[in-house]
Design a protein around this ligand. Sequence first.
Ligand SMILES: Cc1cc2nc3c(=O)[nH]c(=O)nc-3n(C[C@H](O)[C@H](O)[C@H](O)COP(=O)(O)O)c2cc1C
Ligand SMILES: O=C(O)C(=O)c1ccccc1
Length: 378
Amino acid sequence: MSTYKSNDYIVQSVEESPLPIGYEEIEKAAKDILSPKAFSYISSGAGAEETARKNKNAFQRYSIIPKLLNDVSELDTRISLFGNTYPTPFILAPVGVLKLADDQGDLAVTRAASKYDIPFIQSTVSSFSIEEVGQSGDGPKWFQLYWTSLEDVSYSFVKRAEEAGSEAIVVTIDTVTLGFREKDLSYGYSPLADGYGQGNFESDDVFLSTLAEVNDSTIVDGIIKQINYPALNWSHIKKLKRMTSLPILLKGVLHPEDALQAIHCGVDGLIVSNHGGRQLDGVISSIDALPEIAKVVNGKIPVLFDSGIRRGSDALKVLVLGADAVLIGRPYVYSLAIDGEKGVSQFLANFLQDFSSSMVLAGVKNIKQLKQMKIVCG
Ligand SMILES: Cc1cc2nc3c(=O)[nH]c(=O)nc-3n(C[C@H](O)[C@H](O)[C@H](O)COP(=O)(O)O)c2cc1C
Ligand SMILES: O=C(O)C(=O)c1ccccc1
């Protein structure tokens, strides 16, 4: 439902689930359920976790100034992206190895997201294949691409995503090598070593068999080596644009000049993100990077946002600062760990309810009005 009476909220009945309401409580409950290694992998950031902390603290510096008495009895939370209309401005961020949180992993998440028509971005290193996720739930799916050094493997993923009905391709540009994650290293943990990230690598695809051969090693080693691709540059993006008719988004943009270069190369959308503080430690918080990027892009292509979204009011802030849509990351992963599909479903119900209450209290009835709200920093 996308237009509704504001006192009905989006979700009228809340399913019974042990999921706590607030983010901090959800994180705590997930910590109790997950193994210390798994919790540490999901929750931690790279290096001294400076950027992970900045993501959290920076939100508090921005303050919304409500403008009231605007008859907000009917809300419309719809947005349009690449010719598709979505009922809410929310998208589930790509998260690899979801089986670590729940046996049903990506399948549970897509089923929950489908209830709200929220797009799910499937990771290259997902626990299930592009084809399995394509069949799971009837909601929109996007595909996230980690470039591999075997170009044909990258293109074969894109073709498979096209065939499975993906609506967009998200190329992650901030992970040409994995961040130095001190906690994972102390545990001796590597995200792909337990086999949960191989959903897309178990196909009959002719190119995939070459992965193992080229490395003369196990398939897992092959995958880890192949998604390490520091040679990635703008020429790959231009070529990818010619290889597919799907919209291409770049995920991990923090520099305004990269945003302009992306437009120049024909990229269709950007995701302002620092990967939840998991890649280069010390980089700017995503929310601080957003206003300048939104300014230089100036509406030419959609600007999406992630890193630090925990509640409805966080989403309000980034939409006011120029984001056209908002990706949710860790909160849905913890909800999956706590109560599988039901946990994710419950989390989304609560989140959407929180977001619509926030719109009502801010005095805005649709996303256009929301984007014109006043916000101050300091
Ligand atoms: C456990 C975990 C795995 C992730 N895997 C991927 C991935 O495979 N591809 C990708 O582009 N981003 C990945 N990300 C980053 C998310 O897409 C997103 O940028 C990040 O979670 C946003 O930060 P937040 O969760 O603190 O809001 C991962 C994040 C987490 C927490
Ligand atoms: O952990 C991550 O953030 C991530 O993007 C990733 C990278 C390689 C394998 C699995 C997940």
